[in-house]
Design a protein around this ligand. Structure first.
Ligand code: SAH
Length: 319
């Protein structure tokens, strides 16, 4: 290995001759023959005896080195700049995103308000068709409704669930939740009711039966309880009360929660509902809502005219 090391350290004779520069015999030969080397010899040793060509080359190299450095600096600056502008762009993007987000939220909010208004003014048959044609709109409506619900101090479903537990026999009772939304009441009463029929215009989940509750697919007198929790919408409210009366058995429970702002005079509203064959058992009001509990006191006669029931629409303010 020592010999190998020596061999490695010793310059190869041929290589020494090649790299010797203009002072080498090859260069002298070329000079003597007055020939320009096709390829100038570029070794460190060549700097000492610089020809004009070499000087020019060196100058060019220097220049190109400078240019390269300048280009590198420019590239660096560009990168830095673009990083900065990236940051700016991200900032701007975030702001734009917030705006888009805000805009989207605004759009969803106004779509919710529009759909809400439609639900109060259309007939139930038209409302059913509207959402059948555009089930996505129903999701928007319910997202908006859930957002509104978060603002309330009390969730009316709590009161309704409590009344059902108190008033319906455990284990065997059948309840109809008219306008159930996402069927929250059914999940609350699981284990208490034998069956909860959760009805709404669109089935948000598999607990819900999609139908127009003015004509629900349930037999006469099958239910022990019926609920309208903020669902007395549409123009034909009277049909809903008649339908509740039809599916309820005698003495069945009717729970209604409505926005106070929709009811001009609570007593008048109660009297009207009683004309459908119900009797008021309990009545409670808070700042925003009216809570009413009835029982079915009689069967409605066939062809009995429907009392005209009207409530003001519950319109949500633009925030
Ligand atoms: N009761 C639920 C949802 C209230 S929102 C809760 O308290 O969480 C009012 C609901 O009534 C909406 O889901 C709306 O689609 C439903 N609704 C209004 N008119 C209806 C009709 N004709 N048939 C079925 N559901 C109706």
């Amino acid at each position: 290995s020592v010999n190998r090391l020596r061999r490695l350290l010793q310059p190869a004779p041929a290589a020494a001759a090649t790299d010797a520069g203009p002072s080498s015999r090859f260069a002298k030969k070329r000079k003597a023959a007055n020939e320009t080397p096709a390829k100038p010899v570029e070794s460190e040793a060549s700097v000492g005896v610089e020809t004009p060509v070499k000087r020019q080359k060196r100058h060019r190299r220097k220049l190109s080195k400078k240019r390269l450095e300048a280009a590198a600096a420019a590239e660096e600056a560009r990168k830095l700049g673009s990083e900065k502008s990236d940051k700016n762009r991200r900032k701007k993007g975030a702001a734009a995103g917030a705006l888009i987000g805000g805009g989207e939220q605004g759009l969803l909010a106004s779509k919710f308000r529009y759909l809400n208004e439609q639900l109060y003014t259309l007939s139930s048959a038209d409302a059913f068709e509207m959402f059948k044609a555009d089930p996505e709109a129903f999701k928007v409506y319910h997202a908006g409704y859930s957002a509104q619900r978060q603002r309330w101090t009390e969730d009316p479903i709590d009161w309704v669930a409590k009344q059902c537990r108190l008033g319906l026999p455990a284990g065997s009772s059948v309840l109809v939740d008219f306008g159930c939304g996402d069927a929250r009441l059914a999940s609350r009463l699981e284990g208490h009711c034998a069956k909860v029929h959760s009805l709404d215009l669109v089935a948000l989940n598999n607990r819900v039966t999609a139908c127009d509750m003015a004509r629900c697919p349930l037999g006469n007198g099958i239910a022990h309880g019926a609920v309208f929790c903020l669902s007395l919408m549409n123009a034909n409210l009277s049909d809903f009360l008649a339908e509740a009366s039809r599916v309820l058995r005698l003495n069945g429970l009717l729970c209604i929660v409505e926005a106070r702002s929709r009811i001009e005079r609570t007593q008048r509203f109660v009297n009207l509902i009683e004309r459908f064959g119900f009797q008021c058992q309990r009545r409670r009001e808070d700042k925003y809502l009216v809570y009413l509990l009835f029982n079915k006191s009689r069967n409605r006669k066939a062809g009995e005219p429907l009392p005209e029931l009207r409530l003001k629409p519950c319109l949500y303010k633009k925030r």
